[in-house]
Design a protein around this ligand. Structure first.
Ligand SMILES: Cc1ncc(COP(=O)(O)O)c(C=O)c1O
Length: 328
């Protein structure tokens, strides 16, 4: 496997803890462990940091002097990219869908402003407007003599996925130490790169668990296609001869009113996690994934790993609806 030969810029504090959750387990009647990627150690943590270790390294290897990416006003990905760029001495240019939000920055907007990112708005509420905006901005910067490295929304590339292939190796050694063989690994799925990397890792390791993604921003079928494609590209990049990810498991039914908007089930699940384990979940990603875990716990025959993917800044932002407050 070529994983150890791929360039990596250390940004994360690894390994993140794998913690038993005894009081949550008791409440659910099923054994739950939590993989604390909310503690990855850059900014306020989260899953994007592992992806950025490989994306930033790739940018540096290609001689880039700027990172270009985008998302919603409350995107964890854009805020963490801004902070990662600062650590690497690169400038950062973000494309945000819609119009600027009135008032002082909040949540991830605070981190983005602190990091000094340059922000361009698309003035189009459609989240997909970011994709063309990023490409256009990348071209403009190149024409002006800069060397931009363009990262799609969510850091969802084969290179980004490698961070989660590595994470599944990390998990395997922690499970071995604890002597635990889980049946399920549950996580929030958005741009799908995290799940794709974990799927490749699970196949490589012939893991005992099913990787279960919980769709929190895109329709299930779109997630299935994206996980499949990204996993294939990640396996190819790392030279892994693993079975194709034909039909990745993605649950829908947990999105609630929409991406960027809390759901009642998510809120109940976040309260349960906080009140049993002191665990803070965000309303947009991890609370909805925990709501799915609560349901799965009724049928799971063995331990469940909940992959806490972070999103702490979102816990402090009241919902503004899918457009103005969108995290995508
Ligand atoms: C906190 C959090 N959890 C989960 C996800 C989903 O990860 P991915 O985009 O790799 O599917 C994101 C993506 O933005 C996120 O910010």
């Amino acid at each position: 496997m070529r994983l150890s030969r791929l360039p990596r810029t250390p940004l994360a504090a690894l390994p993140t803890p794998l913690q038993p959750a005894p009081r949550l387990s008791e409440a659910l009647g099923a054994t739950v462990l939590v993989k604390r990627d909310d503690l990855t150690g850059l900014g306020l943590g989260g899953n994007k940091v592992r992806k950025l270790e490989y994306l930033v390294a790739d940018a540096l290897a290609r001689g880039a002097d700027a990172l270009v990416t985008g998302g919603g006003a409350q995107s964890n990905h854009t805020a963490l990219t801004a902070l990662a760029a600062a650590r690497a001495g690169l400038s950062v240019h973000l494309v945000v869908h819609g119009d600027p939000v009135e008032g002082p920055p909040r949540g991830n907007g605070v981190l983005t402003a602190l990091a000094g990112a340059s922000v361009t708005h698309t003035h189009d509420p459609d989240r997909a407007s970011v994709d063309t905006g990023i490409e256009r901005l990348g071209r403009r910067l190149a024409e002006a003599g800069r060397r931009p490295y363009v990262i799609p929304r969510g850091g969802a590339t084969a290179v980004g996925c490698v961070g989660y292939l590595g994470a599944s190796l990390e998990l395997a050694s922690q499970l071995e130490q604890l002597g635990v063989s889980p049946t399920h690994l549950v996580l929030a799925t958005g741009s799908c790169g995290t799940q794709a990397g974990l799927e490749v890792g699970a196949r490589w390791l012939q893991a005992t668990y099913r990787v279960v993604g919980v769709a929190v921003s895109r329709p299930r079928q779109e997630c299935v296609r994206r996980v499949r494609t990204l996993a294939g590209a990640c396996a190819e990049l790392t030279g892994l001869d693993v079975a194709a990810v034909g039909d990745p498991e993605v649950l829908d039914g947990y999105l609630g009113p929409g991406h960027g908007t809390p759901s009642p089930e998510g809120r109940a699940a976040a309260e349960l996690a906080a009140r049993t384990e002191g665990l803070v979940l965000d309303p947009v990603f991890t609370a909805k994934a925990m709501a799915a875990l609560v349901d799965l716990s009724r049928e799971a025959a063995g331990p469940i790993v909940f992959w806490h993917t972070g999103g702490a800044p979102g816990a402090f932002v009241p919902s503004l609806g899918p457009v103005a407050g969108g995290r995508g």
